[in-house]
Design a protein around this ligand. Structure first.
Ligand code: UDP
Length: 328
């Protein structure tokens, strides 16, 4: 099959490209390399059945051509990371909503199967744990920029479901919970790469707040398996489905685990949120997915644990630190 992955040089998109290319599909990636990295897909370049186009999903003429000729679209292009969102709120809103509008418009015109990733951020400050797809969404006021990301993604969801409602566009929405693993950079603030990299370098690990907030981390390889099943399962069209892992850990607990598993001498430092993100920041205390729907519809069952995640990420950073030292 011909498969188009927008944002395919990004963290999740590049793992998706690997899996689908291995299965023998013809992969086209469009990525503007804003947060994606060429090195994530460098190993695929030159291989048969792989094409990288460096451009933006806002190039409508190109997007029309690419969508017309493909069988499936995974729209993985998006602004990512709380840090980026706090620093570039205008770009975040524009990229997310305009990009999805372009993709859905052409998928509708040419009747193509499409997957729109959303985020667990949309649950916002919801307190009913675990988060279920039909729950109310509770974000903060508009002067707290963090919530711009959740609201832009919520609008993407509405638009996708509207296309399904009006013309039965085969579109599925997936809410990704904290997805981590090799190739994710700490540059945009994500906690796992930051902690593991600091641990390996024996540098202080910075915990925001008191570290009692918790998250559930899903291994990117589990998530990617889920994504490919969703697009191939017609029952998923017109649906919103959580994907991730439901094993919960506090951020303090994560820091301790990263130190223990890497044999690090790092100390843990606690800093206020305002120091990390500036004023106007609100965190989510807990974020736990209900995976019942994913299990029921696509048989989703993540198998990779937090230990496996830390080991895989540590392995990547050890290589990177080794080559940094060799080049120094
Ligand atoms: N966090 C932290 N230190 C860091 C990066 C993040 O304590 O160096 C915290 C962050 O404030 C949040 C949690 O870890 O409470 C998860 O942050 P991340 O940005 O990875 O994801 P999200 O906030 O979107 O769940």
């Amino acid at each position: 099959m011909k498969i188009l992955i927008t944002g395919g040089a990004g963290f999740v998109g590049s793992h998706l490209a690997d899996k689908l290319h291995n299965e023998g599909h013809e992969i086209t990636i469009i990525d503007d390399l804003s947060t994606g990295r060429y090195q994530n897909v460098a190993h695929l370049e030159g291989k048969e059945g792989f094409r990288l186009i460096i451009d933006t999903v806002l190039n409508e003429k190109l997007m029309e051509e690419l969508i017309r000729e493909t069988d499936r679209v995974f729209h993985m292009a998006s602004a990512v990371g709380v840090k980026l969102i706090m620093e570039h709120p205008v770009k975040t809103i524009e990229t997310i909503f305009r990009g999805t509008d372009v993709v859905l418009g052409f998928c509708s015109r040419y009747r193509k199967r499409v997957l729109i990733p959303s985020t667990s951020e949309v649950y916002g400050k919801g307190a009913s744990i675990p988060f279920r797809e039909e729950d109310d969404l509770l974000t903060g006021s508009t002067d707290k920029h963090r919530w711009a990301y959740a609201c832009a993604k919520t609008l993407d969801e509405f638009l996708a479901l509207a296309h399904w409602k009006e013309t039965r566009l085969p579109v599925a929405v997936v809410r990704l919970f904290n997805t981590v693993g090799p190739r994710q950079t700490g540059q945009y603030g994500m906690v796992v790469p930051n902690f593991v990299k600091s641990a390996i370098k024996n540098e202080p690990i910075t915990v925001h707040g008191d570290g009692s907030q918790s998250r559930c981390f899903g291994h990117v390889l589990d998530v990617v398996e889920g994504l490919t099943k969703v697009i191939e399962t017609p029952e998923c069209f017109g649906q919103v489905i959580n994907l991730g892992n439901s094993e919960e850990v506090t951020i303090k607990g994560l820091a301790e685990k990263a130190i223990e598993m890497t044999g690090s001498t790092s100390e843990i430092r606690y800093i206020p949120y305002s120091e990390a993100y500036g004023e106007g920041f609100e965190d989510m205390q807990r974020r736990v997915p209900s995976l019942d729907k994913a299990k029921r519809i696509i048989g989703y069952e993540p198998t990779r644990t937090l230990e496996k995640i830390i080991n895989d990420v540590a392995e990547q950073f050890r290589e990177e630190v080794k080559s940094e030292t060799a080049n120094a």
